[in-house]
Design a binder for this molecule. Structure first.
Ligand code: SAM
Length: 328
């Protein structure tokens, strides 16, 4: 096999880069109520350092990059980073995961810089609930507008990610699904993962299977191909619908067997698995002048240590760093 592959013969071609640990929302399922201690600016990789890691990864076979956070759009100059990454010839797909609050103001510039597509986290269509889930957001209107602006700017497709929580937003499952029939909405319903460090999300968990059964009140679902980006979601469509629904089941189904990802945290740790604490520091070597060849060796070492699967279904919860800090 050419390119990068781990010890279980999974091809690794996708790097998720967290560009900041800062976020302008504080979603209950993602961040502890007391917030998190933020990294000093000097601890965060510069855009040049991120570029160097991406370049080394690309030389090893990575061709897809996704920018995430924290909230990536709160970091100044994100379009410049995208422009830099777009110059790496082997990288043919640059995407972004965002909460959408700042997307409207940036979409055109991001597209111009080389961004191809965007995923927006959207857990509710109701302003009062948006405020409750995000702990401080009055800006649902801005998110919805950002989605439209992104579409008009040609960021295609815009996928919407909804983390489904019993008693919080599961009453909106059908509202989201209905949107996929009349409009070109691509909604992915995500199983709630345990809260890092506390593991207290369990009472709110709903399996992808149950979500699907509830959606079928609206009609039968036909399986369809993922289109662009073959991540962990399984996609379906209602008959004659303009959009699609997808399910991401990190808990009830093991999506690990097809995992093709590496993650770079904002402070320069390379993690081969979101849900395990194993990581390799790249920041210190970068700041000590490591060669590209040396960097590639470190990336290969991380890949060689990629675990076969996470153990959350057995009750294991990673102890350190909430998703806001790893780049969920
Ligand atoms: N700020 C950006 C956003 O809101 O999309 C990017 C970072 S956010 C940590 C990335 C993704 O992680 C979001 O789609 C969010 O829904 C997901 N996420 C965070 N905590 C989660 C949890 N406990 N269970 C499932 N998904 C989670």
């Amino acid at each position: 096999m050419t390119g990068l592959s781990d010890s279980f013969q999974r091809p690794i071609n996708y790097l998720r880069i967290s560009v900041t640990d800062r976020c302008n929302l504080r979603c209950t399922y993602c961040m502890p109520s007391g917030g998190v201690s933020l990294l000093p600016h000097g601890e965060i990789l510069s855009y040049e350092e991120i570029y160097t890691v991406a370049q080394a990864a690309a030389e090893l076979g990575v061709n897809k990059v996704r920018l995430t956070g924290g909230e990536p759009l709160v970091r100044a100059g994100l379009p410049q980073l995208i422009e830099m990454l777009a110059q790496i010839e082997a990288i043919d797909d640059i995407s972004l995961t965002t909460n959408g609050t700042l997307l409207g103001g940036y979409a055109a510039e991001l597209k111009q810089a080389g961004l191809r597509r965007v995923n927006v986290s959207l857990d509710t269509l109701k302003q009062d609930k948006f405020k409750l889930i995000t702990r401080n957001g009055d800006n649902l209107g801005e998110v919805l507008e950002g989605i439209e602006v992104a579409r008009s700017a040609g960021l295609n497709p815009v996928k919407l990610n909804m983390v489904v929580m019993a008693g919080v937003n599961d009453d909106e499952l059908l509202d989201f699904a209905t949107k996929t029939i009349a409009e070109e909405w691509h909604v992915r319903f995500i199983e709630l993962m345990p809260f890092v460090g506390k593991g207290t999300n369990a009472p709110r968990f709903i399996s992808a299977n149950e979500m699907r059964q509830r959606l079928e009140q609206l009609g039968g679902l036909e399986s369809c191909l993922p289109g662009i980006g073959n991540g962990p979601a399984k996609y379906f469509r209602f008959a004659h619908a303009r959009g699609t629904v997808g399910f991401i089941a990190p808990i009830s189904e093991h999506f690990c067997f097809h995992c093709n990802r590496l993650r770079l945290t904002a402070d320069g740790k390379l993690r081969p698995c979101l849900l395990s604490e194993y990581e390799i520091d790249l920041k210190q070597p970068l700041r000590s002048g490591i060669s590209l060849a040396g960097l590639k060796q470190l990336i290969e070492e991380a890949v060689a240590n990629k675990p076969l699967r996470h153990r959350m279904a057995e009750g294991y919860v990673p102890k350190e760093r909430p998703f806001s800090q790893v780049g969920g």
